[in-house]
Design a protein around this ligand. Sequence first.
Ligand code: UD1
Length: 421
Amino acid sequence: MEIFRISGGKTLCGTARVHGAKNSVLPIMAASLLARGTTVIENCPRLSDVGAAIKILTHLGCKIERDGERVAINSSSVTRCDIPHELMREMRSSVIFLGAVLGRCGEAVISTPGGCELGPRPVDLHISALRALGAEITVDGGNISCRAPKMRGGRITLEFPSVGATENTMLCAACCQGETVISNAAREPEIWDLQRYLTRLGYSVSGAGTPCVTVEGASISASTDMRVIPDRIVAATYLAAAACTGGDVEITDVIPRHLAAATDALAGMGCRISEGRGSVRINAAEKKRAIRPVYTSPYPGFPTDVQPQLMAACLSAEGTTVFVENIFENRYRHAEEMKRLGADIKTHGRVAMVTGVRRLRGAPVTSTDLRGGAALVLAALTAEGVSEVSGVRHIDRGYDDFEGVLRSLGADVGRAETPGN
Ligand code: UD1
């Protein structure tokens, strides 16, 4: 088992480039099934989730070439419409293949994603939207089987602006006859990126970024290349790392407005934020103070995927910061581990109260999910002495060379293999 060994107390300074967005590239990889040609993704991050998506596409019959950050997906020939459980369970967001396989093949059989470390991961919104487009769906044991004898566009109102359900509906609707209008759609920048990709292929999609997305169905064979947007969650993680350590860091290759919720919160703590064209700089030399309650909510609200990293920055801020997690039921597991470092956190259901302490002490801690794991690394960077963060495989799902980037900013962090595992 791999761990990160961290000697805390270093102030992070310097410049870090942010890689392409995981939550953009995965839906686009699924959407490449609708290309019936070759898609070349230029800034594809080297993440284990991307590896899992490549395995799924290869299983379906696509030909893939991967060279560093360049991935070419030839989807001219798709030979199967099932995704076995072993492949589905490797990646949490594999359910986004459902709409694309169904649209491409007229049928799809996948296993249900089940629960995850963040709590239940229901897919009811995905299923009812695809049913509204004419799919016949049975959920039997661990499998979802879909057939689409006659798919027609329609009007769909999502009960909640789910990112995954919006993406699945867009992908399936692109293969339906006629127009689909999705109301209460998710507004995340990654939805806009998916629209950009589908438009490049020749599909007619509009409205991404607003609560109403319109998709005109078509049958298209096309090749295209694509640069996905920068990863706003990774960007926010490096900004929070600088805030944790009182550092001065510039992140480049970012879209500053996608980071507004995170940078507003960090500015509220007393960090100085300056935005350039495609870059954001944070100077956290001032003493940090607690901020107004942080409510996670769909974009443009505060992202649930940055809640753990912001919490890490609050551990040593003066005063008490309240977090209210509105998206996932079980997203404070990192808080228990932070307490092992000496943090003062009280959690009750969806609420966490974090009171800043003078010092954290290094300890062994365990990450159980991607962003929680990254946040534990951030907390360890501020702790006195040595910490060991296990569960590194979770962090590798979403950060390309996390320890390398942190080291380049001055952190003392290394990857090690624990003996006997
Ligand atoms: C996406 C992101 C994930 C991020 C999350 C919230 C990708 C690939 N994943 O996940 O990294 O943490 O958005 O920003 O982009 N829900 C239902 N029924 C459904 C679907 C969702 O009740 O059918 C609920 C979920 O339980 C959760 C909420 O809706 O409470 C948000 O889920 P959703 O926006 O769908 O998140 P994901 O697409 O899974």
